[in-house]
Ligand binder design. Structure first.
Ligand SMILES: [Zn+2]
Length: 125
């Protein structure tokens, strides 16, 4: 069975270790959200870690599972932060100049157009 291009999302919590194969990054994100929420209810939690890997037959050093980066060079954590920021603004645009928020935005980045600082915190006017 050719697994080329398959994605595997993994999550390690204090008591749990989970892994599942998914077909797209969008399908990986809900698992990470769900597993994180489940872990946060456990007050014994001391650490958690997660990631997304892609299967690549042509991987370097014979490694088939490699960390996934999107076209902008973001790993899954950065992708999820960017999504959270974009989703927290109406229509995914800058509230000051209405410019589209870039897909690779990170917390505290300034708008290229007007300098508005983006963050994951909902803004209260
Ligand atoms: Zn702006």
């Amino acid at each position: 069975m050719d697994k080329q291009g398959d994605l595997e999302v993994w999550y390690i919590g204090s008591k749990t270790e989970r892994r599942i194969t998914v077909k797209s990054v969008d399908k990986a994100m809900p698992y990470i959200n769900e597993w994180t929420k489940a872990d946060l209810k456990d007050d014994s939690i001391v650490f958690n870690s997660m990631g997304l890997e892609i299967y690549d037959n042509n991987g370097l050093d014979g490694l088939m599972w490699q960390e996934y980066y999107n076209d902008s060079g973001l790993d899954i954590e950065a992708i999820m932060i960017a999504k959270e920021i974009i989703d927290s603004y109406p229509n995914g645009v800058c509230p000051d100049c209405l410019e589209k928020i870039p897909e690779d935005v990170s917390d505290e980045d300034g708008c290229d157009n007007c300098g508005h600082v983006f963050s994951t915190q909902k803004e209260n006017d």
